[in-house]
Write a new protein. Structure first.
Length: 454
């Protein structure tokens, strides 16, 4: 009995150690999401594209006329479409071979290298910026799919909401910390003897260096596990892309037998499309439509980061009391009200933009963390990476529609206000779809124990 008790203690300690290592990947890559996607790259790449535009304000990537102001949104959309092709293969190979950790490391360092290379984005090199964004974003999305698939392996059903929320909070804390350094460098660039553009490029590159440095911690602490397909995690050589696609087809056929899981994914696809578009396009809206300077945008995003970390922990507590599904539904109502208010914001009024940022921050982290933990209950054991590839397709891989709608709305109307208000439809539709999902039945259908409150 003492041996069994000691073994249980050792297993618990090892699980806690893995959880702490798992949090560090959120710490590593969230800086890319905040510094690159949310703050600097959108306005900077838009300015580079405008510098390369013709007299009518158009650039011509691959011979296609594109309004310079829409180039960034279209590039984000293209990167997410490519992610749709990459994620299912990576997920199928990860589950077949049991070698998720090496794949995670490969994606992390490809993305970190591409992000660091953004230091060379200057002048009229908008095509270079677009190419680096596509590479970095595909690597980021695939790595997040692999990272998320560890959650059901390192956390029991009763602790996943808390573990997922802590991971998001950890990531937002890192984003806030680096944004403070970005604000100091950008705001005092003259004192450092560098131009504004150089300061932006240093901030972009620093996100890549941060990503690569701190990714070492989860890669040391997470461990690969046996899979039903291989019997042991070391049998990577038996897998091939063709085998991966065959395994994926089997998974998709299996998912058709779980329509309630697919119903949740559909709801998540819709409302998260709106979330991801707000993340990537808010700084463009602030700079181009509201005429706010870069310092104001950095402070606003810093406010989002701080409140998102607190909001993730707060909504984790609400989920324990009211259930994850109800808490997410409440957050979608808050998203709808916040974006509707954003349409009416006056230009050149930072305080109102800060109020909008506060509203976004309070619901951003929690809605993402609880969605991830809720889905983890719907995943059959042994198929985590493949199911999370479908989840990540819903998370970011199919989030090309929101940026596309945003870009088209601006191209047709010339107004970012019309573009931002169009995103309300994603949250309203997502609310209706999620409210119709019987989550308890969906968990039982996946063969998992149903928590007391879900």
């Amino acid at each position: 009995m003492r041996d069994a008790s000691a073994g249980a203690v050792d297993e618990t300690a090892e699980r806690r150690r893995e959880q702490r290592g798992w949090y560090w990947y959120d710490w590593a890559n969230s800086v890319y999401s905040t510094t690159v996607l949310t703050v600097f790259l959108g306005p900077y790449l838009t300015s580079v594209a405008k510098a390369a535009a013709d007299a009518h304000g158009f650039v011509h990537p691959l011979g296609v006329p594109v309004r310079a102001g829409s180039f960034y949104a279209y590039t984000v959309s293209a990167s997410l479409l490519l992610s749709v092709l990459a994620m299912p293969l990576a997920g199928a190979v990860a589950d077949r071979t049991g070698r998720k950790k090496p794949l995670l490391g490969c994606c992390a360092y490809v993305g970190a290298a591409a992000t660091t290379g953004m230091f060379f984005l200057n002048g009229e090199r908008y095509l270079l910026g677009g190419a680096l964004l596509v590479i970095a974003n595909v690597a980021f999305v695939v790595s997040m799919m692999l990272y998320n698939s560890f959650l059901p392996q390192i956390a029991g059903p009763g602790e996943r909401d808390a573990v997922s929320s802590r991971g998001w909070a950890f990531g937002y804390a890192a984003g806030a910390l680096v944004l403070v350094a970005n604000l100091v460098l950008y705001g005092a660039h003259d004192s450092f003897g560098i131009s504004e553009g150089t300061a932006v490029r240093i901030c972009l590159a620093s996100a890549g260096l941060w990503w690569g440095t701190f990714a070492l911690i989860p890669l040391r602490r997470l461990r690969d596990r046996r899979t039903a397909a291989t019997g042991a995690p070391g049998e990577a050589g038996r897998a091939s892309p063709r085998q991966g696609w065959r395994q994926l087809r089997r998974t998709l056929r299996g998912m058709r037998r779980r329509p309630l899981t697919l119903a949740f994914l559909l709801a998540y696809l819709v409302y998260n499309d709106g979330v991801q578009t707000v993340i990537t396009q808010a700084s463009v809206y602030g700079s181009e439509e509201l005429r706010l300077d870069q310092t104001t945008l950095i402070i606003a995003v810093l406010l989002v980061q701080v409140l998102a970390a607190a909001g993730a922990l707060l909504m984790g507590r609400l989920a324990r009391r009211y259930g994850a599904q109800r808490t997410i539904l409440g957050s979608l109502v808050a998203w709808t009200l916040t974006l509707t208010a954003g349409y009416f914001l006056p230009a050149r009024e930072p305080l109102w933009f800060f109020a909008l940022a506060a509203g976004i921050g309070l619901v951003l982290g929690g809605s993402q963390a609880l969605s991830r933990s809720l889905f983890s209950h719907l995943v059959p054991r042994g198929e985590e990476a493949e199911y999370f590839s479908a989840y990540e397709i819903s998370d970011r891989g199919v989030s090309w529609l929101g940026p596309l709608v945003f870009g088209v709305a601006y191209q047709l109307t010339g107004s970012y206000r019309d573009a931002i208000v169009s995103l309300v439809a994603f949250f309203v539709t997502g609310f209706v779809l999620l409210a119709r999902v019987p989550v308890g039945r969906a968990i039982a259908a996946a063969g998992n124990p149903v928590p007391d409150r879900i």
